[in-house]
Design a protein around this ligand. Structure first.
Ligand SMILES: [Zn+2]
Length: 388
């Protein structure tokens, strides 16, 4: 219901954005919404200051009787900021409630800088963008914040900082600075939300998104929502162990998928077969160009990913599997083996298999998803900003 309501609200806002002030009668005609639904949504939007109601100028009134009032977007309302504070890059997008992007930017950052300096760097980027594009942040309604790693996880039993302690610190600093709600989540999971909202999975209600880069993460869209899970970790596909005797992983497991298929591991595998690959971009380019050893290494990794995905496909029954991240640029060299593994392993005779497609958004996916999360927080979906 909330997704329907959100869609109705967006349809209405889109009309106001493109057409300017409209009467309720015009809006009923243009959106096809029922009178009750439309009046209800407008009342809600007026109460939140997103739209304003005004009397039409009398000189412009040519009909009979009392002129009807119009509603329009509140010119000063409704800014959303999406932040992806990744391992190596900060990306910020400033958008409107109408989903228009007002400004975007990115800068390098390191994890080693620590939570306080990372938060300050994000704030500096936001403030620079706001100044450069002359944006009035008094109309800021909410911030979405994407971070790497397990954002909402429990404290580590063995002591030391929990992953979520750093997330809490970053979030608190940003919340203090701007004084609005900050909804926080893992950045790969937010990229999944972006794909589900505007990207490769926008037309399906159930989807799996995988970001295959140095980290292998992702998210699940189930029934139109980003599935959270009991630990806020639903979709962490990179930490399925595929080799119980393999190397230890920071997550506590051994032989995790991420350790076996991340670009650095594939570059090592090429080297072991006598082929020197300089970096992930080189790996992708040469796999794509069909250089035999490189292509074979990437295909085998994609098959491994596809096998893990097949298990998830059986559980989630998605309409779409979207692959993003650095390795997605290898195109069919990656998508083909993933598709084949799913077709072979996920109930081949009993289900129609999902479309396996490249993700639509590249490096901006996490920040766009942060915007989407903040929009959902804003538009009546009760998404608690966690970690609390
Ligand atoms: Zn792991």
């Amino acid at each position: 219901m909330q997704r329907v309501r959100l869609a109705h609200t967006e349809a209405l806002l889109a009309q106001l954005r493109s057409a300017g002030p409209l009467s309720r009668a015009d809006l009923i005609r243009l959106t096809g919404l029922s009178r009750t639904t439309l009046f209800d949504i407008i009342a809600d939007l007026i109460a939140r200051g997103v739209v304003v109601e005004r009397e039409p100028a009398l000189s412009g009134h040519r009909g009979r009787g009392r002129p009807s009032t119009t509603v329009s977007l509140n010119p000063s309302a409704g800014r959303i900021v999406g932040i992806d504070l990744g391992r190596a890059t900060i990306t910020v997008i400033v958008a409107t409630l109408g989903h228009d992007i007002l400004a975007r930017g990115s800068r390098p950052i390191t994890l080693a800088a620590g939570p306080a300096r990372r938060a300050n760097a994000a704030i500096k980027l936001i403030d620079d963008l706001v100044q450069e594009h002359d944006i009035d942040l008094r109309a800021l309604e909410a911030i979405g914040l994407g971070l790497p790693g397990l954002v909402a996880g429990p404290a580590r039993p063995a002591g030391g900082a929990s992953p979520s302690a750093a997330a809490k610190q970053v979030r608190a600093r940003i919340q203090d600075r701007y004084g609005v709600a900050v909804v926080t989540d893992n950045n790969s999971r937010l990229a999944a939300l972006a794909e589900g909202t505007w990207g490769a999975a926008r037309d399906v209600r159930d989807a799996i998104y995988v970001r295959w880069s140095d980290g292998v993460g992702g998210g699940l869209i189930v029934d139109g929502r980003l599935a959270r899970g009991a630990n806020g970790a639903a979709g962490e596909i990179g930490h399925v162990s595929v080799d119980p005797d393999g190397d230890p992983c920071p997550c506590g497991g051994r032989g995790c998928l991420e350790l076996l298929i991340r670009p650095s591991a594939l570059i090592e595998r090429c080297a072991a077969r006598g082929v020197t690959v300089s970096d992930p971009a080189d790996l992708v380019a040469r796999a794509r160009a069909g250089e035999p050893t490189v292509e074979d290494v990437v295909r085998q990794a994609a098959t491994l990913l596809g096998r893990v995905l097949a298990g998830m496909v059986v559980q989630v029954d998605p309409g779409t599997v979207a692959i993003g991240g650095t390795l997605a640029h290898a195109g069919e060299v990656v998508l083909g083996p993933v598709r084949a593994a799913i077709a072979e392993l996920a109930m081949p005779r009993h289900t129609r298999h999902p479309d396996v497609v490249p993700a639509q958004f590249g490096d901006e996916g996490g920040a766009l998803g942060a915007v989407a999360a903040a929009l959902r927080l804003n538009l009546s979906e009760p998404a608690p900003a966690f970690p609390a």
